[in-house]
Design a protein around this ligand. Structure first.
Ligand code: SF4
Length: 119
């Protein structure tokens, strides 16, 4: 049995997951189906949206830090490798919110995008 707090909405239901049969997880405590889907994914294939900052060089040669995030959640076990690649990336300015900083990272279909505009 595993206990989780659903993070899909602010209610934060306390979920209990019976994982005694891995092929047939049983979720209780959820007030809606999204909670059950969240619990199953969290146990089978947990993912997180990753936020970080990326180096950029401004027009005057000044080092800047541009905030970035993954456009879709990243598998938890790949977050360290993704952060390593984000931190070694240097952005060429200008960049707009939503522009891809890294496209299709590691063939995962996962883009890293800027969350702020810098000119
Ligand atoms: S189970 Fe449904 S109602 Fe409860 S926190 Fe998750 S999304 Fe919200």
């Amino acid at each position: 049995m595993r206990s989780l707090t659903c993070i899909v909405c602010p209610i934060g239901c306390s979920l209990e997951v019976d994982d005694s049969s891995p092929d047939n997880l049983s979720v209780t405590g959820n007030k809606c189906p999204r909670g059950a889907a969240y619990a199953v994914e969290e146990i089978r294939s947990p993912k997180r949206t990753v936020t970080a900052v990326c180096r950029a060089e401004g027009a005057s040669g000044i080092d800047l830090r541009v905030p970035v995030k993954t456009a879709v959640p990243c598998p938890k076990e790949k977050i360290t490798a993704l952060l390593h690649d984000i931190y070694k990336t240097k952005i060429r300015l200008p960049i707009k919110t939503g522009d891809k900083v890294i496209a299709n990272w590691s063939g995962q279909g996962l883009d890293v995008v800027a969350t702020r505009t810098f000119s």
